[in-house]
Design a protein around this ligand. Sequence first.
Ligand code: BGC
Length: 756
Amino acid sequence: MRAYRTPMLRSILLASVALVLAAPAAAARPGVPAKPWLNRKLSADARATALVAAMTQDEKLQLVRTWFPPFATGKPGAPTDMIPSAGQMVGIPRLGVPTLRESDASLGVANQVEQRKGDVATALPAGLATSASFDPQLAYEGGAMIGSEARAKRFNVLLAGGVNLTRDPWGGRNFEYLGEDPLLAGVIDGEHIRGVQSNHIISTIKHYALNSQETGRMIADAKMVWPALHESDLLAFKIAIEKGKPGSVMCAYNLVNGDHACESHELLTTILRGDWGYKGFVMSDWGAVHSTVKAANSGLDQDSGAELDKAIYFGTPLKEALAKGEVSKARLDEMAKRVLAGIIETGLYDDPAPATAQPIDYAAHALVAQKAAEEGIVLLRNEGGLLPLAATAKTIVLIGGHADVGVLSGGGSSQVRSVGGVPIEIPLKGGPAAGFARTTWHSSSPLKAIQALMPGATVTYFDGSDPAAAAAAAKAADVAIVFATQWRTEAEDIETLTLPNHQDALIDAVAAANPKTAVVLESGGAVLMPWLQKVPAVLAVWYPGQRGGEAIANILFGKVNPSGHLPLTFPAAEAQAPRATPVNLAAIKADDAASNAGSAGGTTPVFPITYQEGANAGYRWYAAKGEKPLFPFGYGLSYTHFAYANLKVTGGATLNISFDVTNSGDRTGADVPQVYVAADGKDQVARLAAFQRVTLKPGETRHVTLTAEKRVLSSWDATTRGWHLAGGRYHVALSHAAGDAALTADATLTDQHFRP
Ligand code: BGC
């Protein structure tokens, strides 16, 4: 394993393998296949090595950069067959290497600012919704669905798999990601990626690493001691890579501990290749490359959307660096080989994407999006059992959020132009996202969906711009439902966790007028709820995707029992949440605003962002500080009740947990029992070590057996470059949410060291 981490020795080994594999091809000896890369019995690595050996240097160079269609079109040497999208790598037909056509991303095949006129796709809900389901199978189905659409549209690389942990509750992209816990985020991301790649296309995992905020995203130097990083964000990446085996890892915009992520030898080589043995390729984020020699020698394999960088670093400058020996030829071979390994390992080489667009069953895919929305909606409050709303409600008034026409979506590169169209699309007046994001609603009207479920009721809509009129309408109705919205986008963090546009006052006015008021919260993360005690029912529906209206209606009226659980903490006040604020914030924001997508080009120097919470991201921070949040991680109500009994834990080499879950209510529902474990000792805070989504009929009991994820219980040992699980007593809490302990038990684990 150590030798693997020694670049020189590895290069020599690779070169020898290349020679062995290349020799038969050149000599074409009888009985030896002339093109070993076609031999499916060989490993992806061996086939890729053979391909590289058959390539010219220019062909290899072709593989290590991609073109950015919006900027490259018409440029000298640019391909003439680009699909307007994120990127294209030119293939090598004589060797069967496919052209790579790249599209965003995790929530569906994106089409930002409608660069492909009229091209729609199925929009899943926000990543947070999928994560809130705690359902790995759902994540797989979502990934498989969007992967199939990508392939049918001739894309063969999806820039999916965003797994940056929520550290900063103001983070503009939190909605795309999977929350604050490494185990949950890693498992969900891995399954999503596995689903995408089941279509024999490549998925990325991104943004490697510590890209937890948008403010100054190109110049933020995220600081954290490496062991803490291994125990949190890197653990999420590692779990997802193990499960999903993504063909590519996308390195991030920001710096990590002093180096740009895309030129961090520690991240790209020591950890990714060395500690983890990752064999696919590292592609940069778009505009995240800052050098040729340092980036190439640190482990970057492919410069994405190269026209976005200050120079085409992996073009002529790389050729010159090779000539001067600043980047070795063996390193170029390795870069090309890794790109090819990703192409071969995912099945893309042997089963290339179709040459022409294929039909897509959008009706079937809409059901996948709807299921994801329904499983991800979190019932936060239901005083007096207001929900599900009674079938006897005769007059229902909906207020705000454009609930008459659709549901809000998050902005940025993940933006899908969804099937059914875009009823509202508001260009931004300025700011770093203005060039590529618009505030967009999917055409999935809660009003229509509710009316369809309640044909005998009168359902009306008020836009909420006049709180007095809305309150008067609420007073006259049986039930009032306020749709509150908070928009987030890539390239900008939100200014405040308070709902914008005086929505708190609107909710106050409506709740004062009608005690039967429910709030449906469409947000990309946590918001403050000063009105909470006045409102009996609250649903967090995130950005619920292109079937969000139907999903919301089904939950409100009890056709579907809510089962989502928060993948991140909702703080009670802004001051509760950890936040690293740079001293020169105003200059950074000005620099962001003046640049495209928060790209480099400004004058503000690199600034440090110290994540003071370290490995204690999210709920662990609140526990360590003794803070009680508004709603904890893992929280979520149901229209039924679940009881736990017979908790048994056994220790030794692994921690095994078993218990019974009973649905003690009168409806079928899904529960998510969560196992939190803390080492004995007063400073030890508990971490989610296992979970399971369980669907039960009324009165049904299920016996559940789980094994704790050992890495969650361990600390990273920088000396052995591995995990150390300290022997001793561990406290186990079987819980409905972080901080809750329905049942507890202790176990003793043996002291152990193990590989990452
Ligand atoms: C984003 C990536 C995205 C890429 C290509 C970047 O701005 O950070 O997530 O995949 O653009 O669109």
